[in-house]
Ligand binder design. Structure first.
Ligand code: ATP
Ligand code: MG
Ligand code: MG
Ligand code: MG
Length: 431
């Protein structure tokens, strides 16, 4: 992409309600813009990042044997009546009517729809297990949409559902998905924790949340300083008042609080703040029973499917990456999420030698399938550099005055270190 042709409307000002770095930098960097309360447009850079995350999620799920589908976003109210959730979902579920006065729902999640899809199509234990997922729009009329993409009303979620002949097999899949999610978040370059989560009526170890550790996270966690153990305080404590009190305290404040309990491994526990980016849940037969979705077991007896459900906040992840990776100047994308790996900055567009090297490098990198953007705008060096900092490309190749001595610089956004290299060598260095 040539920057002179790109639609990247960067700005100095952040919206007044943007209190978190990810919200400020994603808007200022021209990744997203707000359309309405909790509603966001993805501009070209935001769309690239979103698609990169989506692709990693898809790759790992497909490797683990999941099938991608796409369900209709709008679902008939009758489905939600049959499961009973038309009564229990409350105001987060947005209801609409068509011209014939038929009621529909903007799907906040899709258990009912997926059970309906599988019902009468998967009829024998021989067809099981099966794991179906989609990466699709969700709508939740959140009481407090805020923090930009972290808590939108319309957002992109990966939601997966698995069907099994036995509880044991469902638990096997649950562990497989837990491992798959770990691979996904590791590939995204995130520092995360898998924690025990509130599993409501199901109880036990039936639910795990995946949290990106960030001071600004809305969830409060207790994690072990030595082993992998972690839990959401909502699971750990029964006292609602204590939970509310802990939730309201900032990350810094929580560090002054001693935890009396120790981990079962013997090491110290500490408080952390987390952004919930994934949630996996053993459902059992709750929805299959409610919607009368059965299969025939080995003895020809009708049995309700054992189910599990698996969610990832794909659009929330765009912001979570930045909550964890930014500095005062802007975004610091990880290598797997950066909108472009290399930004070629031609300092003086009137200098023919600089332009020639820029163009030359640009086409060579393109030919080698490197994600590259050429900043060929008629702007001052300082202005272009500020933009590169704000957007957060992993590398910027600065082609400047030193080119007359055959030297250019490679700027590393994360470390902010500039390395001088011979112009003839820069391509090899980047590759
Ligand atoms: P939260 O506790 O943040 O409200 P949730 O527990 O209600 O999330 P789930 O029903 O577990 O969410 O949905 C699966 C995933 O979808 C979540 O782990 C989260 O990453 C994402 N998600 C949920 N609500 C939103 C939202 N309003 N905006 C963006 N992503 C969301
Ligand atoms: Mg919620
Ligand atoms: Mg939650
Ligand atoms: Mg959840």
């Amino acid at each position: 992409m040539r920057r002179s042709r790109a639609f990247i409307p960067t700005t100095k000002e952040a919206p007044s309600d943007a209190t978190l770095p990810s919200h400020q930098f994603l808007v200022r960097g021209g990744f997203i813009n707000q359309q309405g309360s909790g509603l966001y447009n993805f501009l070209p850079l935001g769309k690239i990042v979103l698609e990169k995350i989506r692709a990693i999620v898809k790759e790992e799920l497909d490797k683990a044997g999941c099938n991608e589908v796409q369900l209709s976003f709008i679902t008939p109210m009758s489905l939600w009546q049959r499961s009973g959730r038309s009564q229990t979902m409350g105001k987060e579920m947005l209801r609409i009517k068509d011209r014939h006065e038929n009621s529909f729902v903007l799907s906040p999640t899709n258990e009912e729809a997926i059970v309906e899809l599988v019902k009468n199509r998967v009829t024998s234990y021989k067809d099981l297990p099966i794991n179906l997922y989609q990466i699709n729009t969700k709508f939740r009329d959140e009481a407090r949409p805020r923090y930009g993409l972290l808590r939108g009303r319309e957002f992109l979620m990966k939601d997966g559902y698995s069907f099994h002949a036995s509880e044991d097999d469902m638990i096997r899949e649950f562990h497989l998905m837990q491992d798959t999610y770990k691979k996904i978040f590791t590939r995204l370059g995130l520092d995360f924790r898998v924690v025990e989560a509130d599993s409501g009526a199901i109880g036990g170890s039936g639910s795990r949340e995946f949290h990106v550790l960030a001071d600004s996270g809305e969830d409060t966690l207790v994690v072990c300083e030595s082993c992998e153990y972690g839990a959401n305080i909502e699971t750990l404590y029964e006292d609602e008042k204590k939970i509310e009190e802990l939730k309201e305290r900032s990350y810094e404040d929580l560090q002054t609080q001693d935890l009396d309990d120790r981990c079962s491994c013997g090491a110290k526990l500490s408080f952390k703040k987390g952004i919930e980016v994934g949630h996996i849940f053993q459902l059992g037969t709750k929805y299959s029973k409610a919607l009368e979705a059965n299969f025939n077991d080995e003895n020809g007896r009708a049995k309700a499917f054992e189910m599990a459900t698996f969610g990832i906040g794909v659009s929330r992840l765009v912001a979570a990456v930045i909550e964890q990776n930014h500095d005062k100047d802007g975004c610091v994308w990880t290598k797997s999420t950066t909108p472009y790996m290399v930004n070629i900055l031609v300092s003086n567009i009137k200098d023919d030698e600089q332009v020639k090297l820029g163009e030359d490098l640009y086409s060579k990198l393109l030919d080698s399938s490197v994600e590259v953007i050429l900043d060929d705008r008629k702007e001052r060096f300082g202005f272009k550099m500020k933009d590169a900092e704000l957007i957060g490309f992993v590398y910027t190749i600065i082609i400047g005055k030193e080119l007359s001595n055959g030297i250019v610089e490679i700027y590393d956004r994360k470390t902010k270190v500039k390395t001088s290299v011979e112009a003839s060598n820069v391509f090899a260095k980047i590759m």
